[in-house]
Write a protein that binds this ligand. Structure first.
Ligand code: DNO
Length: 343
């Protein structure tokens, strides 16, 4: 069981993480390296060292962001892919076995409300396509919620314009090109690549999104037929789409040995392309957590798993989705389920 930590600035400390029953692995990243630059061995050593010092272990890098020029297939992608491969080499050298990354154009995960009040008084992340349609991008990403990378209005307009000429098929081609370039480096470094599904799993702001379903994940693992080319099975991202049968998807990908990381959280669908997050318990939302964990267990999954976004409970304030308490409850719930399956 692992837990995400955003580095020294994270209001959740390693000391607290160390006290969550069963958690020994930390999921983290270098947050101050500009997208596209090489991750230095020194900085990685420092990150791993600070985690070791608290009796924990750096188990997963989530993420090295992929430069937009790679996703757009622009010239310059050769150098960027070489640099990405070099960073993978360093991750392998320090002994981290899994790299989670994504291939979502411009925006990473997307929500339209970062603190929706639930009936029990807790606050959760929520998404509604109708609200998204009214969002104004003309000022850049500045005051809009949920985005890992901030863009000013001109840069954002330029990117949106560039993507208006990129079809889903072209995006798949660009992803295949990227994987062909980096998978050999991952193989020789002993690092497993684990693509994160698009969250939510449909286009946003007219931008193509392709990693959205079981067939898409299977296509992905077929792009480069190497055990190093796998997925992060994120139940919350995939579970936002009612067509996704999560236990069946986990079983098929698990049988191929291509699930390298599991993000487990729950969502409640409230309409077509609308949902909010809930506590991890299967009974609280639409994700069949027992079914997913059974499929993982049956197919021999032994990789890292982490609770994903939590609600804000007990008056906690902090990074949306990434407070301590509800995620810690999620970690113990998931371990309880897993333990029950192991008897
Ligand atoms: C959201 C996360 C994602 C994930 C990236 C991986 O909370 O699951 O931001 O880290 O998509 O590249």
């Amino acid at each position: 069981m692992t837990f995400r930590w955003f580095g020294a600035d994270d209001p959740v400390s390693l000391r607290h993480i160390r006290q969550i029953p069963g958690v020994r692995g930390v999921v983290s990243a270098l947050y101050d390296v500009p997208v596209g630059d090489i991750w230095s061995r020194d900085n990685l050593d420092q990150l791993a060292g600070s985690i070791d010092a608290e009796g924990l272990e750096l188990a997963v890098i989530e993420s090295i962001p992929v430069h937009e020029d790679i996703k757009l297939g622009r010239s310059g992608r050769d150098r960027l892919a070489d640099q990405y491969a070099e960073s993978i080499g360093s991750i392998g050298e320090i002994g981290v076995p899994v790299l989670c990354y994504n291939f979502m154009p411009v925006f990473d995960w997307m929500r339209t409300d970062l603190s929706m009040r639930l009936p029990d008084g807790s606050f959760a992340l929520a998404y509604d396509d109708e609200v998204l349609a009214r969002m104004d991008l003309s000022k850049g990403t500045g005051d809009l919620p949920g985005w890992a990378t901030a863009y000013d209005s001109a840069t954002l307009a330029g990117l949106l314009d560039a993507y208006s000429r990129v079809s889903e098929e072209q995006l798949w081609d660009n992803l295949a090109w990227f994987l062909e370039r980096i998978t050999p480096a991952a193989e020789s470094a002993g690092v497993k690549l684990a693509i994160h599904p698009d969250d939510p799993p449909w286009p946003v702001f007219g931008l193509p999104r392709i990693i959205t379903s079981g067939p898409a994940l299977e296509k992905l693992v077929g792009l480069v037929d190497s055990p190093a080319n796998g997925v992060t099975f994120c139940t919350g991202s995939l579970g936002a789409h009612e067509a996704n049968d999560l236990p069946a998807m986990a079983r098929r990908l698990g049988e191929k040995g291509r699930i390298h990381f599991a993000h487990c959280r729950n969502v409640k669908r409230t309409g077509p392309r609308a949902f909010h997050e809930v506590a991890h318990l299967a009974g609280d939302g639409d994700v069949d957590m027992h079914g997913v964990l059974t499929a993982l267990r049956d197919t021999g999954f032994d990789g890292p798993m982490r609770p994903d976004h939590g609600r804000m409970i007990w008056d906690e304030r902090g990074r949306p989705g990434y407070g301590l308490y509800d995620r810690a409850l999620g970690a113990t719930y998931l371990q309880g389920l897993w333990e029950g399956l192991s008897i």
